[in-house]
Design a protein around this ligand. Structure first.
Ligand code: BEZ
Ligand code: FE
Length: 293
C-alpha cells in the first residue's frame, strides 16, 4: 500500500504543475492581447480574460458544464428581438445593471438616488399638464398623486424640468406589453415642473409585477429558488439643462417584494409612504435633487 505522505506529495506535484500550466496559459493569452492600439479595449479585454480564467479555475469548470453555459447564452440570444432583450434582463437579475448604474451615475451624495431604466420605457409619451392623470384606461387601482419639488445641489428650484413617467397597470402589465388590451398611452406621460420647480403626477397606486420569466433569465432565477417579481414602483426620468439626467423610481413603502426585488433596483432613498389627504386622495411627496452635469 502506498504511504499517504507519498500520495499527498505526488498529488501536490501534479497540482503545482497544473497550476503552473494554467498560469502559463493565462500569461500567453494576455500577452497576445497586450498590443491592442485601443487602450480602453485592451484594459477591458484583459480584465475579462483574467476574471474568466479565474472563474473557470475556481469552480473546476468541466467541459459539459461549459457547453451547458454556452447553450444557455445561445438561448438567451435566440429569444431576443426588437422588444425582448434577454441579455439586459440577465444583467438586471444578476445585479450588474444596478452596479453599472451606480458606477455611471456616481456623483454627489446629496443628489437623488438613481436606479435601473428597465425594458418598458417607450420614448414619445404624450405631454401631460401639471396634475393631469396619466391613466387613460379603466383600472381598479387606487388613485394616487406623486408631487414634489426639483432643485439643484445648491437648493435652487428648477423650472421647466422634463419628467418622463411610466408605470404598469394594476393587472401587472405596461401598455407596451399589451398593445391589444391597453391604450398605447396608458400610464405614461411627460410632465414639466412649474416656475417654482414643482411637479404633480396623477396615477394609480403601483402594484408588484413579474418580470418576463419565460426565458433563460427566468429559468435561472427559478432554478436558484429566486423570486421573479418587482415591488410596486413608478418610473421617473428627470432632464434639465446643466444637470445630470436622473433615471429613478418611486417605490410604495407598503408594497410586497421591497426586500427581494428581482432586479436589485430598490434604494432606500426612493421608498415613499402614501397618505390620505383632506379630499380623500392618496398622495406622496418625492422631492428631487439633480446633480451637476
Ligand atoms: C422595470 O422596472 O420596468 C424592469 C426593470 C428591469 C427588468 C424588468 C423590468
Ligand atoms: Fe417597472
Amino acid at each position: 500500500m502506498t504511504r499517504p505522505s507519498i500520495n499527498i506529495a505526488s498529488r501536490r506535484a501534479v497540482n503545482d504543475s497544473a497550476a503552473d500550466a494554467q498560469s502559463e496559459l493565462l500569461r500567453e493569452v494576455l500577452s497576445r492581447y497586450g498590443e491592442s492600439p485601443n487602450q480602453r479595449l485592451r484594459e477591458v479585454t484583459e480584465a475579462a480574460i483574467r476574471h474568466l480564467h479565474a472563474f473557470a479555475a475556481e469552480i473546476d469548470l468541466q467541459r459539459d458544464e461549459w457547453m451547458a453555459g454556452i447553450r444557455f447564452l445561445t438561448e438567451t440570444g435566440a429569444i431576443c428581438d426588437d422588444v425582448r432583450q434577454e441579455f439586459i434582463l440577465l444583467s438586471d437579475t444578476l445585479g450588474v445593471s444596478t452596479l453599472v448604474e451606480m458606477l455611471t451615475h456616481g456623483g454627489d451624495a446629496r443628489s437623488t438616488q438613481n436606479t435601473v431604466l428597465g425594458p418598458f420605457y417607450v420614448p414619445g409619451s404624450p405631454e401631460r399638464t401639471f396634475g393631469e392623470s396619466m391613466l387613460v384606461d379603466d383600472d381598479p387601482g387606487e388613485r394616487v398623486v406623486i408631487r414634489g419639488v426639483v432643485t439643484d445641489l445648491e437648493g435652487r428650484r428648477l423650472p421647466e424640468v422634463r419628467i418622463d413617467a411610466w408605470q404598469n397597470a394594476t393587472n401587472g402589465f405596461y401598455a407596451c406589453q399589451q398593445p391589444h388590451e391597453q391604450t398605447a398611452d396608458n400610464l405614461r406621460g411627460v410632465y414639466h415642473t412649474d416656475e417654482e420647480g414643482r411637479y404633480e403626477i396623477r396615477t394609480v397606486r403601483p402594484t408588484p409585477y413579474p418580470i418576463p420569466d419565460d426565458g433563460p433569465a427566468g429559468r435561472l432565477l427559478k432554478d436558484n429558488g429566486r423570486n421573479w417579481w418587482r415591488p410596486g414602483h413608478t418610473h421617473l426620468w428627470f432632464s434639465s439643462p446643466g444637470c445630470k439626467q436622473l433615471i429613478t423610481h418611486v417605490f410604495d413603502a407598503t408594497t410586497e417584494f421591497l426586500d427581494s426585488d428581482a432586479v436589485f433596483g430598490v434604494r432606500s432613498g426612493l421608498v415613499r409612504t402614501f397618505e390620505r389627504g383632506a379630499g380623500g386622495e392618496l398622495h406622496t411627496t418625492f422631492d428631487v435633487v439633480l446633480d451637476r452635469a
